[in-house]
Write a protein that binds this ligand. Sequence first.
Ligand code: GLY
Length: 353
Amino acid sequence: MSKQKVIICQDLRKDLYSAIQECPHDRLFILVDEHIRELCLPLISGFGYLNDANIITIGAEDVHKNVETLVHVWQSLGDGGASRHSLMINLGGGMVTDLGGFAASTFKRGIKYINIPTTLLAMVDASVGGKTGINFNGLKNEIGVFSPAEYVLIDTEFLKSLDTRNLLSGYAEMLKHGIISTTGHWAELLNFNMTNIDYKALQALVAKSVQIKEGIVAEDPFEKGIRKALNLGHTAGHAFESLALETNRPVFHGYAVAWGIVCELYFSHLRTGFPKDKLRQTVQFIKDHYGIFTFDCKQYDRLYQFMTHDKKNNAGIINFTLMGEIGDIRINQSANQEEIFEMLDFYRETMGC
Ligand code: GLY
């Protein structure tokens, strides 16, 4: 897989111009959702060199991350005269960069694309690393391909207008990057003031977070091994997210990941000796910032069922990414039903639900 170029922008107008120059094309398309069209597109539509771009608009939110929306994007590319030499810019959150990346990677067997993430979640995770896709059959990101953007342009100015819940959602993925990297980075994330944000300091943390992800993706682009580290918190997290959706109380992805981290660090403590004090500090941070997702023991079976669909599973065995210490990653750790129920018990007792 070719390596994508990730730029932490100081001047988006200039950086996007250079990126486009590096991607010779006949026609240019910009994909946005209906919210981004209103909120963020005006910030770039004044760039003179985008005057001739075709704008493709899709519905906002995860509920539109489906095959119907994908067809709409393919259709719009076709109607707009896209060829194999066209270029697409995905401007938006993770839903737009995931679906747009998949649409671009499959249209005429693949056209080049650039991601401009506008949410923290998309900046530190979704837009970087070449995972693209859509939801299918009630399962998240069930269909997709590994196919990196040519460029990912990260402009943290977009974060200034992001609401707290969206910021925290992305921050959970940063916390994950802290846990899988170094004690220093983990500690600076726990100590960062999320209520009175210093955006310059946040930009530096974002840059570090992206660097951690890029390092792992460069080593294992197709998730055969170490890239599974990036799934810490996601086995339980995706199950929470699916249960939340099924019971009509959808939650932000990052919140589900944070709650998943509570379960999986507890299991790390039991199975691979993750230190108790670091478990306690991380859980406290999550409890203070993310609140609680409530469920009762009658829903354990359903959560377990959701986990059986996790992409890391092998021959029906549910696999987790665990930690022996901050930075000490242990992939492919299986857990049986009893152990999973024990994680859920710990979650409910500790979080107080
Ligand atoms: N979101 C996890 C990964 O990109 O591998």
